[in-house]
Design a protein around this ligand. Sequence first.
Ligand SMILES: [Zn+2]
Length: 331
Amino acid sequence: MEEIYPGIFMITEKRLLSLVTPPSNLYVITGHDGIVFDGGYGTKKALQSFVKEYRELESSYKLKGKIFNIDRVLLSHSHPDHFAGLNGISKKLGLKILLTRQMADHISSAENYTHQYREENEGSISSGNILKKVLVKLLYSLADAFFIKLYGISFLSEFEIVNYDKLIYINDEPWQIIHTPGHCEDHIALYNEKTGVLFSGDNVMRSITTWLGPPRSDIGSYVKSMKTLLELPKLEIILSAHGSPVTNPRERLKEIIKHREDRTQEVLDIIKTAGNSGISAKNIIKKMYTKEEMFKRLSSRGWVSLTLKQLIDNRQIDLIKSKKDPIYVSR
Ligand SMILES: [Zn+2]
């Protein structure tokens, strides 16, 4: 636990599998009407580590005769390393869960949650034979069970709705809930104009580039969200869901926007070089990363496919269907 800004504490959860999925930061804004920002993982170890540090913080406040009164937890976006812990935290600490309507629609039931990741594949399943359908369903339920365990997911039945681009009062101070889609369509940032403190969730991190991939990310919205944050009247510090705080907010935001523009240009240049015969997504990735960079090849699939979609939407490239993988040609 660290006091990252006067009255704001960062608690990084402990994880058994922190190499597989990075630990999340949860933030506690202390005071007479404070708040917890984000819910983290719902696994036993993650929850216990957060609650232990939260209680220590509470005790240290009370020992000093300072008021420590918190009854809310607000979610950044509906990815499992952020929402899975909400039920546990809410029960153990007696906090109300605050969600936007869009977040609630995604995580109030297992059915709604899995559906958003399945939509793309459903067409191909219904066209297959019965054996294929049964096998695919079995694989899906195995995958669901694995992820539920990995993140400690539980779905939410009790919550209150907050609205995008509205103010929320924390210790009588106005904070703005800014809709910042891109990484995830229901992502928010929480911002205080007086201090210039911004909670960015997964959208802005100090040294990691956020994950972007289908079906819930969108590059155009992401860049637009970064530009919205860049225009905020005062920006002192950005507190991220993973990693340490961003102490050069405007520089980092500009760097992220530039990085996305460079990446898009890189993909476009590779397609142009391929000429009339075009190139598949798989081969674009092979041109960017060597065989040794296997992990990069794998993790780039998401943003490359979104970049291709964006280039098609902008009428800069065309997609040609072929017997094998689709081919992309410059216009
Ligand atoms: Zn996320």
